[in-house]
Ligand binder design. Structure first.
Ligand code: SF4
Length: 325
């Protein structure tokens, strides 16, 4: 069994707004194995990014409030750390690649300055010379051609894919043990997406990194992940290995997501889409939040669904019986 590096249990993050309490994350559990990739999937608003930002203490409190749960990393519950302790840990131990490289880089600062800052802000004893050398090295690692010239340029002189490589390089400056990549390829075209995913995969193998990959793209999950967590309306609905989720899905939401993937083999068929829209998180229906959109909903679905264990690694939160193997 793989050693775990991060264990999240019962994490709850609520936003207290004038319109009411928004349960953005409502009790998620997952374990990230050392050197493994966990894919977190779900539609926009399912709580994927909020859960990661809660773990790293990046949400403004208020309006956000962590209402419960534990997040264990190296024997410490991250939810009990103060701001300074979290600041020390962010970047150095757990790095995050944000989804929009256009807005995440400072347009007024050279790439060299931004990369060096990522290191010197966390470790003031680092000399300018060694920070510069490391910045050059990380640019090489992420495949930026002619890094000696590029490092002196500004973000607007880079293409979208190159900017995303700079974002990855920035995360690597501190050599973290875990990388959280939040929709790292969403803003990129398909060929550049493939290049960025290749870079992440290679870095993971070379450095034994553990990774959490947040995405709504099941194709990306299939190619990158060892384990998958499917989220809906702030809750986990199904978890398992990538094979279990793709070949033996149990939850109707997971099945519907899989049916929504376009396929050249079904080119004569109309593209399937899940009916309706994700619910307003401030007004969730009673029982199963997926019920208004579920093709298999039953009268009992107005009650909270149970957690069904399908294997040691596979669970689904649904009233549907588990068929015998
Ligand atoms: Fe559908 Fe009911 Fe399962 Fe919810 S609990 S996914 S409504 S079958």
């Amino acid at each position: 069994m793989t050693e775990s590096i991060l264990e999240v249990k019962g994490l709850k993050t609520y936003f207290h707004t004038r319109a009411g309490v928004v349960k953005a994350v409502d009790g998620i559990d997952f374990t990230l194995g050392k050197g493994k990739t966990l894919g977190i999937v779900g539609e926009s608003g399912s709580g994927k990014s909020v859960s990661m930002m809660s773990i790293l203490g990046l949400l403004p409190q208020p309006p956000a409030k962590i209402e419960g749960g534990t997040v264990f990393f190296e024997g410490q519950d991250l939810l009990t750390l103060n701001r300074e302790q979290l600041r020390t840990l962010r970047g150095r131990k757990i790095g995050m690649i944000f989804q929009d490289p256009m807005t995440s880089l400072n347009p007024y600062l050279k790439v060299s300055t931004q990369l060096m800052e990522a290191l010197t802000e966390h470790d003031r004893s680092t000399s300018k010379k060694s920070a510069y050398e490391r910045a050059l090295w990380t640019l090489e690692q992420v495949g930026i051609p002619d890094p000696k010239q590029r490092i002196e340029q500004y973000p607007h002189q880079f293409s979208g894919g190159m900017r995303q490589r700079v974002m990855i390089a920035m995360t690597l400056m501190m050599a973290p043990e875990i990388i959280i990549a939040d929709e790292p390829t969403t803003a990129l075209d398909v060929t550049i997406q493939a290049q960025i995913l290749d870079i992440l995969r290679n870095l993971q193998v070379k450095r034994g990194l553990s990774m959490i990959l947040i995405t709504h793209d099941l194709g990306v999950v299939a190619g990158m992940s060892d384990d998958v967590l499917v989220m809906y309306a702030g809750r986990p609905v199904e978890q398992g290995t990538v094979e279990e989720i793709f070949y033996r899905p149990h939850h109707p939401y997971t099945s519907a997501l899989l049916r929504s993937i376009p396929s050249v083999l079904r080119e004569d068929q109309e593209l399937y889409s899940i009916r309706g829209l994700p619910p307003d998180p401030a007004r969730l229906p009673p029982g199963c939040p997926f019920a208004p959109r579920c093709e298999r909903a039953m009268p009992i679905c107005t009650q909270a669904p149970p957690i069904r264990r399908l294997s040691l690694t596979h669970t689904s939160v649904c009233h549907l019986e588990v068929s015998p193997p």
